[in-house]
Unconditional design. Structure first.
Length: 277
């Protein structure tokens, strides 16, 4: 089982989707009259909080443009765990939009930490207030988890808790950085390998009709057969014939071929032998 390579980039897509939520947050500064003097987009980076704290501690001037500036946000994935509450049968399958049989995905929780670094308390409050109203306590994003089968799912991202830290350097008159830490959980799904071909797709249906209801003596008298009818030349032989039927896919534009056959030979169809006996 293991060793068959596949990579749907689901965890990568989940991380990107989480970061995109907080990618357009801004802070405004006003003068004493309430006029906006500046409006800046808050920078967002992927990385641990300790990395940015180390940069801040090495910096003497928080407003110096060539150094790391505040306000700033960072996020990182902090864990991943199996979610037994969303478990489904390991043998259960479903049909994808392209007709492929796919095993049910495995539910996993991906934990994230979002850190907000600011110099001014009002900047921190502006950022936090732009985030919290959307989480009650979850915010749902839609991800195309497996593009090859068009499998899109709603992924709730839950806000678990918020913590606040006020770091100082030197005496209490010097404020170093205000840090808000928000912890989230994204409830995503992981898919295994996807079959490269459509297997088990029904391409022909037979319906037999009987003259009476006796299981032992009744024989089929009428058979109604339906098959997909191609509308284009799949095998490129210059004509559209029954030879094109095996190439029809579920999402294609096709018609139906119907046939009604009458019998008086006293036979029945055998599912095991796939013939009339």
């Amino acid at each position: 089982m293991l060793g068959s390579y596949f990579y749907h980039q689901i965890l990568r897509k989940t991380i990107i989707a989480f970061g995109t939520i907080f990618n357009d947050i801004e802070v405004c500064h006003t003068d004493s009259s309430g006029n906006v003097t500046s409006k800046n987009r808050v920078a967002l980076s992927y990385g641990p909080a300790q990395k940015f704290l180390a940069r801040i501690e090495q910096q003497k001037n928080l407003a110096k443009p060539v150094q790391i500036t505040l306000p700033r946000m960072s996020f990182e994935q902090t864990g991943i765990s199996y979610d037994a509450t969303r478990k489904s049968s390991v043998t259960q399958t479903f049909k994808a939009s392209d007709g492929k049989k796919v095993f049910m995905p495995v539910p996993y929780n991906v934990d994230f930490e979002l850190n907000i670094f600011t110099k001014l308390n009002d900047d921190a409050l502006q950022i936090v207030e732009q985030i919290l109203p959307y989480f009650q306590p979850s915010f749902t994003v839609t991800l195309d988890l497996v593009e090859s089968i068009g499998e899109k799912r709603d992924i709730p991202i839950i806000l678990n808790n918020i913590s606040f830290q006020d770091d100082y350097e030197g005496d209490f008159s010097t404020r170093r950085a205000l840090i808000y830490t928000l912890n989230f959980t994204a409830k995503t799904y992981l898919f295994g390998p996807i079959a490269s071909s459509v297997e088990g797709l029904i391409r022909k249906v037979n319906v037999d009709m009987y003259g009476n209801t006796s299981i032992k003596t009744a024989t089929r008298e009428v058979r109604y057969t339906v098959q997909p009818e191609p509308k284009k030349d799949y095998n490129n032989d210059g004509v559209i014939t029954v030879e094109d039927r095996p190439f029809i896919q579920p999402g294609d534009d096709f018609g139906f071929s119907e046939e009604t056959t009458f019998f008086q030979d006293g036979r029945n169809f055998s599912p095991t032998q796939q013939s009339d006996i």
